[in-house]
Each structure stands twice: as structure tokens, then as C-alpha cells.
Write a protein that binds this ligand. Structure first.
Ligand code: LLP
Length: 431
């Protein structure tokens, strides 16, 4: 199986986090997002333990809420002791309503408006990760207006190609995020920030991409960032006290995908950072990473019911289900691969199906060419694995479809963390 929280029971039915998937589908209805709470906590602890072992108290992993943001997720990661990377007032509001401490929130984003900046300062978020000079100047003015000194990290574009798909690569020179090193703009950005009296420039941030498997990406990033830290020290006398190298470790969507040994990778990254800063004669900065996908992806599974199986002789077979690109747009957007299983039974004979959604759009494919039992039919339950990251958070109401509920699975049982959207919810904003 793809992950150790997915199993086949003796009767052929699928279980997830120790619970029968068909029984959950029966109880809660479909489409349904399931989340394995224990796995989320284990993933947080994997980062927290590795950070503690390698950096002592001088490091913190932040959960990147963009991967999945709702009250209960923030409660869970907060209880575990993570910080949070938030990219919008909505994510900050959700985290605060969940009781998450504002001082452990890092406010990201390349397009923060004046209102966003005023909101973040007023909520006393710990750090702003400042993306550009316009934001920098506005933040300084706003901090002055509210009578605070705002801690900031400055987002630098290191010029690294993380060898992931283009839509989620963010470290190369020409991306829209941060300020580029290569062009000399990053140096001017830091120089400018250091003149602003209402900002405390704590350090630097970078993020090179998502779904990263390459061994050397973070080490290469550190080489570049420490090189820049050295330059800032030499030319400006500035000591970088914090370094955030972003998120991005890849997860397995298919059994053939590589497994990233995250604790081992963190140990390498730590050793590399220590060696490079020592060589440069710089103190080791407080270390941050901000994983999203690797905290929640393998804690998720989506369950559907087949509405129809359509055979087009000589062409293909579709299994059409009661969800679609509305609850999982990732194949449509990125051609993202997924493992798809019939949750009710295994088969002696399998056939190739395109798993399609119910939206009025021929591109509404959840996953093409998946192997399912030959006799898969209306009423069968279909499980799509590894949907914990960027599925609920990217869901839409296209075709006026309500978003599925998020049901958390624990050792003791299950509970609803986000309820199903009703037709009335869909009209709630209409006047
Ligand atoms: N930090 C920053 C600044 C980011 O932009 C991201 C992701 C992360 C952290 C978290 O990266 P992760 O550990 O989750 O790879 N919607 C796309 C993914 C977009 C990622 C955006 N940034 C997808 O569904 O694959």
C-alpha cells in the first residue's frame, strides 16, 4: 500500500487510519474528505523533534496553512507546538479564532494590501515576511501609525530551480515572489529596510518550490543564502539573526514515488548550515522551515460514490463520481498524479478507467487511466489517496456544488471538523 495508514481488510474493503472507508462513507455521505489526526500530529512531531535534535531551541517549524486551513487544523498544529505561515487575513483570522498565538504567526504573501498590512499589525502577528519594497514602506508607515516596531523577514529569490513542476516553482529569478539576488535588487532591499525605524529586520526568507525530491535543493539554497548573509555582513555590518528556507519537501502520491526521509534531510541541512556559517564567520541564525504538504498530504483521503460507469467502445471507460474538480482541482491544474482505489473490494480483473467528476466540463478529470475492478459500478465507493494537502484549501463551488465535509479520524472514533456545505450555505452571501 501507498502509506501505512491505508489497508485492505480481509473482506476486501479499504480501511484508513484504522476505520472502514465504506462504513465512513455510509455514515457521513460522499463526497467526503477524511483526515487522519494521528498522522498530522506525527508529521508535526517529525519536524519538531528533528529541529530540536539539530538546533536545540534555536529553530521552529511553521505549518503552511495554505495546504489546509480550518479551525481544527490550527488547534492541532498549535497543540503540537508549531508556528504558522499565513498568507492572508483569512488564514490569520482562522488561526486566531482557533486560539493560535499571534506571536507565532508569520504573515506571507506577495500582494498584501494596505488593509492587510494594517490588519496584520493590529493583530500583533509575530513577523511579516516582506515580499517587496512597496510593502516594506507601507508596513513601516503602518507600524509607526500603530506605535509598534514590527519584526520582519525579507523575502529573497535565490535563483534556484527546484526541479518541480513549473506552476509551483518559486525560487527562480523571474518568479513573482520576493526580491532577486542576481539582479542586485535584494541587496538594495535589505539596505533600505535597515533604514526604516519602525521595523526590526530579523533576517531573511526564501522558498524555492513545492513537491521537491532533489537531495541538494536545500543545501544549494543555503549556499546562496549564506553567501548573501556574508555580503550583508561585510558591506553593511548586518548580522542575519533568522533564516527561513521555506517549505517544499515532496510526498508520495504513487507507490513508485520516492520517499523523502525528512528527519535525515533536516540533519543534512542543519550540518550544512552550521558548516557554511562557521566558514563565513557568522553566528548560526535561528532556523525556520514552513512545511505544508508534508504535514497534511498523507493524512488525507477523499471518498466518492460512483454515479455511473460509461463505456465508449473502442475508446475508453469513465467512472463518474459525485465530486470532481471542485473538491480536487489538482489534476486539472498540474496533471498531478493520484492513487485511486475501489474502497469496497479488490478485483480479480481490473480495467482502465478515467475517474471523472460531475462538473459540466470535459476537462473535469480527477485522474485519468486508473486501474479499478472491471465490474466497478454505480454505488461503489472510490478512494483517492493523499488528498490532505491543497484539496480542501483549493476547493470551489463551481456548478454550485457544496464543498464536502472534513471528517477527522482518531483512535477512538471520528468527528466532523468542517461540516458539509448545504444549498442554503451556497446562497448565504447572495442578496
Ligand atoms: N512557504 C511558502 C512561501 C510557500 O509558497 C509554500 C507553498 C509553502 C511554504 C509550503 O510548501 P509545501 O511544504 O506545501 O510544499 N497548490 C499547489 C502547491 C502550491 C504551493 C504554494 N506554496 C499544489 O497543489 O501542488
Amino acid at each position: 500500500m501507498l502509506a501505512d495508514n491505508i489497508r485492505r481488510n480481509e473482506d476486501g474493503t479499504l480501511s484508513f487510519a484504522g476505520h472502514s472507508v465504506p462504513a465512513l462513507a455510509q455514515h457521513y455521505g460522499t463526497p467526503l474528505y477524511l483526515m487522519d489526526e494521528r498522522r498530522i500530529r506525527q508529521n508535526c512531531r517529525m519536524y519538531l523533534d528533528a529541529f530540536r535534535e539539530n538546533f536545540g531551541d534555536a529553530a521552529l517549524p511553521l505549518y503552511a496553512g495554505k495546504a489546509a486551513a480550518f479551525l481544527q487544523i490550527y488547534r492541532i498544529v498549535g497543540e503540537e507546538g508549531m508556528g504558522v505561515d499565513a498568507v492572508s487575513p483569512g488564514e490569520i483570522h482562522t488561526a486566531l479564532r482557533a486560539g493560535f498565538p499571534a506571536e507565532k504567526i508569520f504573515f506571507h504573501g506577495d500582494g498584501k494590501t494596505d488593509a492587510d498590512i494594517a490588519y496584520g499589525v493590529s493583530q500583533r502577528v509575530g513577523w511579516f515576511v516582506v515580499d517587496n519594497e512597496g510593502e516594506l514602506l507601507q508596513l513601516d508607515a503602518e507600524a509607526a501609525r500603530q506605535g509598534v516596531v514590527q519584526k520582519v523577514l525579507l523575502r529573497i529569490t535565490p535563483g534556484i530551480d527546484p526541479h518541480t513542476y513549473r506552476e509551483i516553482s518559486t525560487g527562480t529569478v523571474d518568479v513573482k515572489f520576493g526580491v532577486a539576488l542576481e539582479t542586485g535588487q535584494a541587496f538594495a532591499f535589505v539596505q533600505k529596510a535597515l533604514t526604516l525605524r519602525n521595523l526590526d529586520v530579523c533576517g531573511l526568507h526564501c522558498h524555492v518550490g513545492s513537491e521537491v525530491f532533489d537531495e541538494s535543493v536545500f543545501e544549494d539554497t543555503i549556499d546562496i543564502m549564506v553567501g548573501f548573509m556574508e555580503e550583508l555582513h561585510r558591506r553593511l555590518g548586518y548580522v542575519t539573526r533568522m533564516l527561513n528556507v521555506g517549505g517544499g519537501y515532496g510526498v508520495r502520491y504513487l507507490a513508485t514515488d520516492k520517499h523523502v526521509d525528512i528527519p535525515a534531510r533536516i540533519a543534512h541541512v542543519a550540518a550544512h548550515l552550521k558548516a557554511r556559517t562557521a566558514e563565513a564567520g557568522l553566528p548560526l541564525p535561528y532556523f525556520l522551515m514552513e512545511p505544508g504538504r508534508s504535514i497534511v498530504a498523507d493524512a488525507g483521503m477523499t471518498v466518492y460514490t460512483v454515479s455511473t460507469v460509461k463505456r465508449i467502445p473502442g475508446y475508453k471507460r469513465y467512472a463518474i463520481v459525485d465530486g470532481g474538480m471542485t473538491d480536487n482541482p489538482r489534476y486539472c491544474l498540474y496533471k498531478a498524479p493520484y492513487t485511486v482505489l475501489n474502497a469496497d473490494r479488490e478485483a480479480d480483473f481490473s480495467a482502465v478507467f478515467d475517474l471523472a467528476g460531475r462538473c459540466c466540463e470535459s476537462g473535469d478529470i480527477i485522474q485519468p487511466a486508473v486501474l479499478l475492478p472491471d465490474d466497478t459500478h454505480r454505488g461503489d465507493h472510490i478512494a483517492v489517496c493523499t488528498t490532505g494537502a491543497y484539496n480542501y484549501s483549493m476547493a470551489s463551488n463551481y456548478n454550485r456544488l457544496g464543498r464536502p465535509p472534513v471528517v477527522m479520524l482518531t483512535e477512538e472514533g471520528s468527528y466532523v471538523a468542517v461540516r458539509r456545505e448545504t444549498p442554503d450555505d451556497l446562497c448565504a452571501l447572495d442578496l
